[in-house]
Design a protein around this ligand. Sequence first.
Ligand code: PMV
Length: 310
Amino acid sequence: EGETLGAGHGKIILLGEHSVVYGRRAIAAPIPLAIQARIEDTREGIDLIIPRWSIEQRLDFSAKRPPSFTRSLARVLEALGLSGRGMRIEVFPSVPRAMGLGGSAALAVAVLRALDAHFSLGLTDERINELAFECEKVAHGTPSGLDNTLATYGQFMLYRSGEQLERQVIEVTEPLPMVIAMSGVESLTARTVARVREAWQRNPGLYERIFDEIDSLVEVGLDALGKRDYETLGETMNINQGLLNAMQVSNWELEELIQIARTHGAVGAKLTGGGGGGSVIALCPDSSARVARAIREAGYHAIEVEVGGA
Ligand code: PMV
């Protein structure tokens, strides 16, 4: 009874992570991996259960330094007038944790949708997106809003944050054959975002030029996407990776995965999300199976996905 599931989408960033935090555009797409959540009433306290991640705990809101999930949930319950209600929150993730696939935003959206369904709150997507953005702020200070937007709407999108907010749905009729390769190294987006900020503060001129360059790759990539010109789209991904590497958010494992993907037929490969760990995406027209196999043979986890499409 009253057990409705709420879901949030995982995502990849095709082009434009990090520079999107500085008002440039990015292209992102949902992936067929999601997080689901379910709420049940209890007498008191809030229990969080995530079997797949071996998490089972009573949330302690009065702790000295509660983890970011507890802090963002406190904020959300307050905003929704649900503080003090007893509940059990069960979460079923198919998005791996900290793999740069938007897990934290997908988790927030799933829990918000489950709260909405269970307590009949009548929240609009717009409101869910706003609240998920609040959660992202708790998790990493200065988010662009891209993660929560993708987690909420689950659409292929051109995105720009801030005053010139853009949320343009991209029609992709033919799905993109891609491989997602996971480094197994947890990425802490908050850390790489902070790293880029320090470097930008030290050398604003150098970094602004990199951000502008990535924005022009987004422009070219968008056009290539429309024409299904995978060679050019792949090239923009490769150049974007070079610039992410220049920003020092890549690492050894990610570079290895990228080299394996390119040698086995990917037309473009880059890290996705915050970097410093997490995942690589590879555009693989006609080579998905070969690329995925080579990555697995090297001891990493890979999944083949079709991104976009009607
Ligand atoms: O690591 P993820 O999946 O949370 O993606 C982060 C994307 C960044 O551009 C690095 C940060 C942001 O807020 O957009």
